[in-house]
Design a protein around this ligand. Structure first.
Ligand code: SF4
Ligand code: SF4
Length: 273
């Protein structure tokens, strides 16, 4: 069943007509990585302590929840390359990926739910649950009642970064998502030595390339200032670029491109793992 799910997700992303830059065959998002976590994994209890008591358990979202299916959709090399030379604001290709590529990711959430239901299992996309909420002021800053990146960590797909991103075997530049289902599947093992093992800063105190890439100083050796980042990502960038590029959201992603973790786990971290 895992193989069937993997190939259905890959087929959906590979053939989605919206997964293309305008007038081009270049995709926004490429070959998915897919992982599975048990809905009863105690890590989801830990998230209530680490993120906040508002973070939901899989069983809060879906009665009979058995598995969290998580995926990472790596951003294509053409889109990443376009953002590497940017200094203040994201490239057109990156902005289109943030809006149009994320719409494809949303379609994948809905498709997977329908696909699982058609196979006789109950399923739900946390992102579209009425219980999904965002909180602007928590002890960990801006947070939501379901974190796609934490679901991806639970499903063994990577680890967190100094910039608050999520570094997978295909790097930090991606979109991710999840669906909870009553279908029981064996979990993907978490093999990293720590929850930050793929980031050079946490590995050996080196790098920090993302610090210099951020145009608003939102990243330091102390971590990521979500509020400062948000001002650019949801304020300045769309105000300046939305009309020009014809998309509502532009993202930013400067800290995810032209950095050692852009498309791989940096090799010293790989060796350690
Ligand atoms: S650029 Fe370097 S310090 Fe920043 S997240 Fe990537 S590996 Fe970590
Ligand atoms: S997304 Fe942009 S504003 Fe936010 S931390 Fe990264 S570089 Fe800075």
């Amino acid at each position: 069943m895992k193989e069937l799910l993997n190939s259905e997700i890959a087929r959906f992303i590979g053939t989605h007509p919206g997964n293309r830059l305008p007038d081009s065959d270049t995709p926004y998002l490429t070959d998915p990585l897919v992982g599975f976590a048990s809905a009863s994994d105690l890590i989801f209890q830990d998230y209530r302590r680490i993120i906040g008591p508002f973070h939901l358990l899989p069983s809060d979202l879906l009665g009979g929840a058995a598995t969290v299916i998580s995926w990472v959709l790596p951003i294509s090399s053409a889109v990443r390359e376009s953002n590497r030379t940017q200094r203040d604001l994201p490239s057109r290709e990156w902005a289109l990926t943030r809006s149009n590529g994320e719409a494809v990711n949303g379609d994948l959430r809905r498709h997977l739910v329908a696909w699982l239901v058609a196979q006789g299992h109950d399923a739900l996309a946390p992102q579209y649950s009425p219980l999904w909420q965002e909180f602007s002021d928590t002890p960990v800053g801006i947070a939501s009642s379901w974190s796609e990146r934490h679901a991806a960590y639970a499903a063994g797909l990577g680890t967190f970064s100094l910039s608050d991103g999520f570094i997978t075997s295909r790097g930090i530049a991606h979109r991710c998502g999840s669906v909870i289902t009553t279908l029981s599947l064996p979990p993907t093992p978490r093999t990293s030595v720590s929850h930050t093992a793929n980031c050079l800063h946490y590995h050996n105190g080196s790098c920090g390339a993302c610090i210099a890439r951020c145009p608003v100083g939102a990243i330091s050796r102390d971590g990521h200032n979500k509020y400062r980042c948000r001002e650019l990502v949801y304020g300045t960038a769309p105000e300046k670029l939305s009309a020009l590029y014809g998309v509502p959201q532009t993202g930013c992603g400067l800290c995810q491109t032209n950095v050692p973790c852009e498309a791989v786990v940096p090799s010293p971290c790989r060796v350690a793992a």
